[in-house]
Design a protein around this ligand. Structure first.
Ligand code: NDP
Length: 389
């Protein structure tokens, strides 16, 4: 077990989100193991204040500068330091006051603070998959340079990570990412064309933030995960496959070169991969419900329908072609999801927007960090112009 006297100080970037709040649940359940040292939010000042008063972190950051005074005043009677703005997120990520960053900001916004934490030598519990989708080569090179463990929080990647423990010398033949299929599994375009925001937000197995819920409904999430897996586990694209498994009991699998397959299983609950990442290399006892093999749900597996859910097809192209294409795709997807959530475009329009942006933005085979930032901005501007955002 972890030493009680040596509590791990966790910096939760994105503490007000779905992953962030569940990470705080894990800290609350294990006060002898963890403290919340840094909490950050973008605009949810109210929840950030509540969290700060409850967990008494050293630092909070509110991204939206208009909310600074309110947070500062609410915490005036405490010792908690309050910062604001995008730059503050990076500056705090570079501080030496914490032991592990839980990277739980959603989207491209998570990239810079995560990169700063890596360069400060901080172990990362990585939920923010977009960081690796955008600039996986640079992040992983820096992680190697600064000897930083990147421990996945995404349930599929946590599963693969867990399957690989003790297997460092053994070659991976392929990994098999499982996909629930989302709320529209089996549906065809004539149905999807009429899908509305609230329907798409309702995932059958997982309760998640809005952006990833839409990504799950379009299967873009699985595409982002394929790219995330490439960088995390240093794989060739031909070694990454996807199988639809609607029950989400097997969280993913690794097939080794002798044909043996290891799977990690359990009931779907993000607290498990979150606490695994926070406590690694230890496991923590908990009272989460267990999967019961005596009362089994049938476990089904099928091919993903990439003709209908073309976002997954587009992500596979981005994965294979590499360069700045995953970054461009990610940016267009963020704009598409933003517009869909505001009822500005339809469900299937998201794919068109992403595809047109991927075709338009200049391909760069070996981008540097600045190229990624520029590609992201160009793709966002172009995608937004297409729908007059
Ligand atoms: P949420 O939308 O629920 O939360 C996002 C968090 O990021 C909030 O704290 C939000 O603050 C903050 N945030 C949003 N935009 C910015 C910004 N521009 N600058 C700084 N902070 C910002 O997302 P999730 O928790 O669902 O997802 C977080 C990440 O984890 C995503 O990358 C997702 O793909 C990944 N992930 C999530 C899973 C899940 O079950 N939810 C599963 C696997 C991976 P505020 O509340 O103030 O807006």
């Amino acid at each position: 077990m972890l030493q009680n006297s040596n509590k791990k100080r966790i910096a939760i970037f994105g503490s007000t989100g779905s992953i962030g709040t569940q990470a705080l649940d894990v800290i609350e359940a294990n006060p002898h193991l963890f403290t919340a040292e840094v909490l950050t939010a973008n605009s949810n000042d109210q929840l950030l204040i509540e969290q700060a008063l409850k967990f008494q972190p050293n630092i909070v950051v509110i991204g939206d500068e208009r909310k600074y005074n309110k947070v500062k005043e609410a915490l005036a009677s405490t010792d908690i330091k309050v910062f604001t703005g995008e730059q503050a997120l990076e500056d705090v990520a570079a501080l030496d006051c914490y032991d592990m960053m839980l990277a739980a900001i959603v989207g491209f916004a998570g990239l810079k603070p995560t990169l700063k934490a890596v360069q400060a030598g901080k172990p990362i519990g990585l939920a923010n998959k977009e960081t690796l989708v955008v600039a996986g080569d640079i992040i992983m090179q820096e992680a190697i340079k600064y000897r930083v463990p990147m421990i996945p929080v995404d349930s599929e990647h946590s599963a693969i990570f867990q399957c690989l423990v003790g297997e460092t010398r053994n070659k991976i033949e392929k990994i098999i990412l499982t996909a629930s299929g989302g709320p529209f599994l089996g549906r065809k375009p004539n149905f999807l064309v009429n899908v509305k925001r609230d329907h798409a937000l309702h995932h059958p197995n997982w309760n998640m933030g809005a952006k990833i819920s839409i990504d799950s409904a379009t299967l873009m999430n699985k595409g982002l995960e394929m790219i995330e897996a490439k960088w995390l586990f240093d794989l060739h694209h031909s070694q990454i496959s996807v199988v639809v498994h609607p029950q989400s009991i097997i969280h993913s699998m690794v097939q080794f070169e002798d044909g043996s397959i290891k799977a990690q299983m359990g009931l779907p609950d993000m607290k498990l991969p979150i606490q695994y990442a926070m406590a690694f290399p230890h496991r923590i006892r908990n009272n989460f419900p267990r999967y019961d093999f005596m009362r089994p749900d049938t476990l089904n597996f099928e091919e993903p329908d990439i003709k209908t859910f073309r976002n997954l097809y587009l992500a596979q192209i981005a994965l294979e072609k590499g360069g700045n294409l995953p970054c461009v795709m990610n940016a267009a997807n963020e704009i598409a999801v933003y517009a869909f959530l505001r009822n500005r475009i339809g469900f299937l329009d998201m794919t068109d927007l992403i595809e047109r942006t991927m075709e338009k933005i200049t391909f760069i085979e070996k981008p540097g960090l600045d190229d990624y930032f520029e590609s992201d901005a160009d793709a966002r501007n172009f995608a937004a112009s297409l729908i007059k955002l």
